[in-house]
Write a protein that binds this ligand. Sequence first.
Ligand code: ADP
Ligand code: MG
Length: 245
Amino acid sequence: MTLLTVTGLHKSFGGVVAARDVSFTVARGEMLAIIGPNGAGKSTVFNMVGGQLGPDRGQVLIDGQDITHASPQARFRGGVGRTFQVAQTFLSMSAAENVQMALISRFRQSRGLWTPARERHRAGAVDLLAQVGMAEAADMPCSALAYGDVKRVELAIALAGQPKLLLMDEPTAGMAPQERAALMDLTASIAASQGIGVLFTEHDMDVVFGHAARVIVLLRGQIIAAGTPDEIRQDPQVRRAYLGD
Ligand code: ADP
Ligand code: MG
């Protein structure tokens, strides 16, 4: 079942065409990677799906609903989530408190007057931390966690928004190689079991080829190849243009 449909997205900055007629889909539960050299247009495409950037032409549909011109906030409510790095100021808070904050902002319209909102979301936060294997660390300050564990907390924060589609911009940047595979395995299993589509960019080709169901390759704003990791690895144009043949 198609979750995200991107059709003919086009964006230019002055004379530079950052995205040219970009079309692709993401199904529920599917992990789709966007790869390409620096300046290929990955962030531009990402930001047009997330709503940080408006396209010159083209269309973005979630569940058949046109969100091309919706604000990032409206997209978030419509199920487009994004992983954010735990900000420096929140590192002193516990893992649970970070997730509680995300739950409070999701439920902000229904916040009661008398029940401290934070306490109300404690159980939900611990449950989300359990989903990412971090229940044990609920009361530890994030500053005391290993970097890979902070990334898991970030995933729990993103899941607190109940996304249908999760956008992850270089989710494993800065992580050790063994931690990368573990985080992406976890992401893939949560995505599959909850039917969440994941769109991610990534520099580490082991992560891309090991974890994406499909890969699209951008070069100078255009999709030059799309397919399974095996198809992409064997594509002569991709090898020439990007993988260094
Ligand atoms: P990637 O994420 O693949 O490295 P980007 O989407 O950031 O690529 O950039 C694609 C092209 O668009 C590059 O040539 C870049 O310089 C240009 N570009 C991106 N954003 C802007 C902007 N806000 N203003 C001007 N040019 C931009
Ligand atoms: Mg980029």
